[in-house]
Design a protein. Structure first.
Length: 175
């Protein structure tokens, strides 16, 4: 069924709005997947905060035109599913990488992060990026380490004094 001009405008506006707020995007060829498999992909993506949409390439080019993902326009060829990370930069890559492992018919063609088109082989590196909570946790651990070492060093002075006095006491008792 052909889309009317108004429906096309709505799709372009929706994808453009999502792309403007997205951190990263992944485009993958989905040829040969069943409806059930695509539904599973959408469910997993929704759980991870990833917007997944199959859009005609001409509409996708228009939607991505004024966004950081305009670099993907030249690669929009063939049947592609677009996934946009909305919560953290690696979420779309994690979802697509996990799905591609289980379904060999899915082939990642486009990976974009921060206005740069990456090689599809970089998908694994993008997927390994920590989530926001993990990044904050790592930062806090790095910030906590010097304070913890200072406290341990300051605590060592009275501890060493107590051990020295105990050693003198034990030596006097033994004599």
């Amino acid at each position: 069924m052909a889309l009317s001009f108004a429906q096309k405008e709505i799709i372009v506006a929706e994808v453009a709005e999502v792309a403007k707020g997205a951190h990263s995007a992944v485009g993958a060829e989905y040829r040969g997947l069943t409806v059930e498999q695509m539904t599973r992909l959408r469910v997993e993506a929704r759980k991870a905060g990833v917007y997944v949409r199959v859009v005609k390439n001409t509409l996708a080019r228009r939607a991505l035109q004024d966004t950081d993902f305009a670099c993907m326009s030249e690669g929009l060829k063939g049947p592609l599913v677009l996934a946009f990370s909305q919560e953290d930069p690696g979420s779309a890559a994690r979802v697509m990488e996990a799905f591609a492992k289980d379904h060999n018919k899915v082939e990642v063609r486009l990976v974009a992060l921060g206005g740069k088109l990456l090689d599809p082989s970089e998908l694994g590196n993008l997927a390994k990026m920590p989530t926001r909570d993990q990044a904050i946790s790592l930062l806090m651990a790095v910030m906590k380490a010097p304070v913890q070492k200072l406290a341990a060093t300051i605590n060592e002075v009275p501890g060493k004094l107590v051990r020295t006095i105990a050693a003198i006491r034990d030596a006097k008792e033994a004599a």
